[in-house]
Design a protein around this ligand. Structure first.
Ligand code: 13P
Ligand code: SF4
Length: 357
């Protein structure tokens, strides 16, 4: 006798069978690979959301990109592409889809609009800012340019569109050293991250003078060299090695204690490489999203040492926000930037793409 039709689960306009939800929940649990935090019951609750978001993406031909620091349900549940800020700005520029939903903080969604002005960029969390981006205004850059005329201004990608419009070249955590080295002249202004700026001063010492602004990332500023040294001593006393991988938004003392310095994507890739080579004790000095990705993508035994820090801005976006923005975006969720700012900011991003390759 044929079995009775499966009961439908109805969440707003979403109707999925129990079986579809069950299959999706198992998929989510298997890809996230954190069965304690993301247990099957939790995955069953979010499964209707990921199913509906994935259905709507197809129906509306939307490309959903997410930064590495988004939560695992977004990264492994609904994102079409996940990476660091450099790779994602290229993806936004090159994607054939005319609508991009950018799950991240505001400056990244603005960057997507600058590099592809004809596309619609949906940003589900208009209030998701960034302490670095907010540390500097276009007026601050103009004042620096007046004080140091003819000195090229390099701005970190974690800046607003109007700040980018005042700069000569943009950089990210994956290319700031290379680009600053390649710039002509023996002086440059670097804004706004004082720690990345200090790293540049060290690396370019004797070759270039680097004038630095005083912004900082509230997440990476939390880490200290002393905390790393303490962990190293503890691990060494037990006869174990510890590999320390840090984001360049950390201070000089942290970077001096680090074996590898790189962007969120580089740190994830390097942690996976090290663990595949038998280095199982790894300390990730960055936002928690990188650890979530390493756990999800590693096939080896891993001991992630120490504590990560969550970025409150990056964690503002939830699946519910993405679903609402996909269904019916509020005008505040569509990135709009005036044409003149786009044109001027795009020059500094184009220059970055040119010098980074
Ligand atoms: P990445 O380019 O390394 O992903 O960095 C972006 C960011 O905001 C780090 O805090
Ligand atoms: Fe900004 Fe720091 Fe958050 Fe990155 S981690 S978005 S730099 S506040």
């Amino acid at each position: 006798m044929p079995s009775a039709p499966l009961p439908k689960r109805n969440l707003g306009n979403m109707i999925f069978s129990e079986e579809e939800v069950e299959i999706e929940a198992i998929r989510l649990q298997n890809v996230i690979k954190q069965p304690m935090r993301w247990d099957i019951e939790t995955c069953k609750v979010i499964a209707p959301l990921t199913l509906e978001i994935n259905r709507l993406k197809k129906e509306k031909d939307v490309f959903l990109i997410a930064h590495s620091y988004q939560t695992p349900d977004i990264i492994y549940g609904v994102a079409d592409s996940v990476a660091d800020s450099y790779a994602l700005s290229k993806e936004a520029r090159d994607a054939p889809q005319q609508t991009i939903l950018f799950s991240s903080v505001r400056f990244m969604a603005e960057t997507a609009k600058i590099v592809s002005p004809h596309k619609t960029i949906i940003h589900p969390s208009p209030d998701a800012g960034c302490s670095l981006s907010e540390s500097i205004s276009a007026e601050d850059v103009k004042a620096l340019k007046e004080r140091y005329p003819d000195v090229p201004v390099v701005c970190y990608i974690n800046t607003s569109a109007s700040v980018k419009a005042e700069c000569d070249v943009c950089v990210t955590s994956s290319n700031y050293l290379k680009i600053c080295e390649r710039l002509p002249g023996d002086k440059l202004i670097f804004v706004p991250d004082k720690f990345m700026g200090a790293h540049l001063q060290n690396e370019l010492s004797g070759k270039k003078e680097v004038i630095v602004f005083d912004g900082e990332c509230e997440v990476h500023a939390y880490f200290t060299g002393e905390k790393i040294r303490k962990w190293k001593r503890e691990m060494h006393s037990q006869g174990m090695n510890l590999m320390v991988l840090s984001h360049p938004e950390c201070d000089s003392e942290v970077l001096e204690e680090s074996d590898i310095i790189g962007s969120s994507e580089i740190l994830k890739d390097e942690a996976l490489r090290l663990s595949s080579e038998g280095e199982s004790n790894i300390m990730l000095i960055t936002e928690c999203g990188t650890a979530d990705r390493v756990i999800a993508e590693s096939d080896n035994d891993l001991n992630l040492v120490g504590a990560c820090i969550m970025c409150p801005h990056m964690k503002k976006t939830h699946l519910e926000d993405i679903l609402q923005a996909l269904r019916n975006p509020d005008p505040r969720q569509i990135i709009e930037i005036d044409q003149n700012t786009i044109l001027r900011a795009n020059k500094s991003l184009d220059e970055m793409f040119r010098l980074a390759e």
